[in-house]
Design a protein around this ligand. Structure first.
Ligand code: PAF
Length: 282
């Protein structure tokens, strides 16, 4: 695997592959890679001749009181893991390369509507930062396709919207959520969980399953959401939201609509966890 720390070196590599007629799949990450990320690389490999991953902890998607400084950075382990996955190239840009005019003077990106609800309501500016860095990465890598996990369901919708609206010639491929044996969705933030918190964390997945089952039984959506919130609070979470939405994240009229998804964001101690369950897929 080639590791590139400059855009010039990455582009030279990409030009060579293009000359050979190879298609390029892209997996953007913030590092601290786990099996969930490696599954994204594997999926990209199924769809493209060459796979590029990036590791960049993007400052513009963290709020002032969020975990940017303590976000786990494990570059050596990540590089070994990606090489084992037979990833073809890794792009490791610096903050200066990504934001040459700084993070204040940079061109801004704002996807309206879906960024104001759910995580967007609790993390103001977060999805602007995500859209901004993904747009920059798409320009740098110019991939044919890019893989994003369904675990970050709202992020996936934001990126789909942005790519379509901005005419990025990139196919967005969603990847299923990988779970631990007890159902906890894999996430780099799981390692913040201390003591009993790890055992409690699985209650999010159990609550999502309750929400799906209750919808299948025809319980009204507001009642499902209230009960889900109460269950999580009783388990020790501070709940940002527990909601049932349509696939496009608008509110459903009734619990038996096809294609609904339950989404939860909740804090346990210092750790904010998110997860979701698509009713038709589960
Ligand atoms: O999902 C992530 O890890 C990040 O939000 C992404 C898409 C790499 C942008 O920084």
């Amino acid at each position: 695997m080639q590791t590139h720390t400059t855009l010039a070196a990455l582009r030279a590599q990409l030009r060579q592959w293009r000359r050979e007629g190879a298609s390029v799949g892209f997996v953007p990450t913030m590092g601290n890679l786990h099996a969930g990320h490696f599954a994204l690389v594997e999926l990209a490999r199924k769809h493209a001749d060459k796979v590029v991953a990036s590791i960049f902890v993007n400052p513009t998607q963290f709020g002032p009181n969020e975990d940017y400084a303590r976000y786990p950075r494990t570059p050596d382990r990540d590089i070994n893991g990606l090489a084992e996955q037979r990833c073809d190239a890794l792009f490791l840009p610096t903050v200066e390369q990504m934001y040459p005019f700084g993070t204040i003077g940079c061109v801004q990106m704002h996807v309206p509507g879906i960024t104001d609800i759910l995580c967007g309501a609790h993390r103001p500016g977060h999805f602007n930062g995500v859209a901004q860095v993904v747009a920059r990465l798409f320009n740098m890598v110019q991939p044919d396709l890019a893989v994003f996990g369904r675990k970050d369901y709202q992020q996936l919708q934001v990126i789909r919207y942005m790519a379509k609206e901005m005419s990025f010639p990139v196919e967005i491929i969603p990847a299923p959520t990988l779970r631990e044996a007890d159902g906890l969705a894999m996430s780099s933030r799981n390692q913040y969980l201390e003591g009993d918190e790890r055992r409690t964390a699985v209650r999010i997945y159990q609550t999502l399953c309750f929400m799906r089952d209750a919808a299948r039984q025809g319980l009204p959506v507001p009642g499902i959401e209230d009960e889900a919130t109460s269950r999580l609070e009783a388990a020790g979470f501070t709940v940002d939201y527990a909601e049932v939405r349509r696939a496009d994240l608008t509110r459903p009229r009734s619990p038996d609509e096809p294609g609904l998804v339950a989404l939860v964001a909740a804090r346990l101690g210092r750790t904010r966890l998110i997860d979701n369950l698509e009713f038709d897929a589960a």
